[in-house]
Design a protein around this ligand. Structure first.
Ligand code: FES
Ligand SMILES: [Fe+2]
Length: 382
């Protein structure tokens, strides 16, 4: 897929899904690109996941060309061995008794890394953060290639934001996962994610909704931390899947939250029954992003084959968005001027304002100001 359009500013100091945990095999490393950073990922014998910059601090060869024995990652060039969770160098084979260099004072860049919902999430600090002592919550996270203090290495990553996950409301549930690559910058990927007006056109299908069912809607929004919420409401009467949920005869409420940098949470609840999803759009390489949808539910628990059937429909839905963005990328190549209109594009405007506010707060160290000062009602036809 050809990349297109201008690049977007990225938001650092947050968690992003790098890859599926199932793609990581025992004693093997895997590679991923996240915010333009090449990563080498793996899982140690004790079960901990790790993510290092895929670059040896000695001469820069990707560490993924080396070896991993379940404990240490060894560079293929001169055999430096690293403990991959901390990035700490444990061995430099060329050293003799005469050398005073302590390998343990050398670090490869290692990122905090956690598994949730089958994703391997990686915390990506601002580039260069943590190389120098500074009073910042991310201090010491992305360790520089220079010699740093031992104390730096052992600092726990406690004050990081919690790792995102799909909200769940019961012990038993089904879950499913979908992904698609999008050949556009992160901003287009995200405003596509929150766009209410494309549904009847991009997703027209007998089982979803048709253009003929377009009608005026009133939606209530409110500011939440780092984002906004489309407040609880009865979901669109013209959406077949929601009608199916109605068999439980309970009032159905839906909330959709957008939270920086890239998350859309949707929660549908009807009494004890629930469906929840977390969709993220993650920058991979320049002008490309990847959409990941993780869903969990406890509706129709006893219907056989429901998960594969839901996946077929879900996949078609995501592919419709993907195809549209591939086509959009064709247009964006020529850098056209674009528009955001009221009210249907107001969520997109909030996204840009939120992002700006977050970047400003990161630059100044001041608390983030929220662009919305209270609840807002929007109207559109979809
Ligand atoms: S380049 Fe990795 S050990 Fe020399
Ligand atoms: Fe869509």
């Amino acid at each position: 897929m050809a990349p297109s359009g201008p690049t977007a500013t990225l938001i650092y100091d947050d968690w992003y899904p790098a890859m599926r945990a199932s793609e990581i095999r025992n004693r093997k490393t895997a590679r991923a690109m996240l915010l333009g950073i090449p990563l080498v990922l793996g899982r140690k014998s004790d079960g901990r996941y790790f993510a290092m910059r895929d670059s040896c601090p000695h001469r820069g060869i990707p560490l993924s060309y080396g070896w991993f024995d379940g404990e240490q990652v060894t560079c293929k060039y001169h055999g430096w061995a690293f403990e991959p969770v901390s990035g700490q160098c444990r061995e430099i084979p060329s050293l003799t008794e005469r050398d005073s260099l302590d390998p343990c004072k050398i670090y490869a860049n290692a990122f905090p890394c956690e598994e949730r919902d089958g994703h391997v999430w990686v915390y990506v600090p601002q580039r260069g953060r943590g190389r120098l002592p500074r009073p910042s919550p991310t201090e010491g996270l992305e360790r520089g290639t220079q010699i740093t203090s031992q104390q730096d290495a052992t600092r726990p990553a406690d004050n990081l934001p919690s790792v995102p996950e799909v909200p769940k409301f019961s012990q038993r549930f089904h879950s499913a996962y979908l992904t698609a690559d999008l050949p556009c910058n992160i901003d287009h990927g995200i405003i596509g994610l929150m766009d209410p007006a494309h549904g009847p056109f991009v997703h027209q299908a007998w089982w979803w909704r048709s253009q003929a069912s377009i009608h005026e809607k009133e939606k209530h929004f409110e500011p939440i931390e780092q984002g906004f919420r489309m407040s609880a409401h009865q979901p669109s009467a013209n959406s077949a899947p929601y009608k199916l949920l109605g068999v439980y005869g309970q009032a159905i409420t839906t909330t959709i939250d957008f939270v920086l940098p890239n998350r859309r949470y949707e929660i549908i609840r009807a009494g004890e029954k629930w469906f929840a999803s977390l969709t993220t759009v993650t920058p991979t390489v320049e002008n490309h992003c990847r959409i990941d949808v993780c869903a969990a539910w406890n509706v129709f628990m006893n219907v056989p084959f429901l998960t594969p059937i839901a996946k077929v429909f879900g996949r078609r839905f995501v592919e419709q968005d993907q195809l549209t963005m591939i086509q959009q990328a064709e247009g964006l190549k020529y850098n056209p001027s674009l528009m955001l209109i009221d009210d249907a594009d107001r969520p997109a405007k909030w996204y840009f304002e939120l992002k700006q506010a977050r970047l400003e707060s990161q630059a100044t160290g001041q608390p983030m100001r929220h662009p919305m000062d209270g609840p807002v009602v929007l109207h559109w036809r979809s």
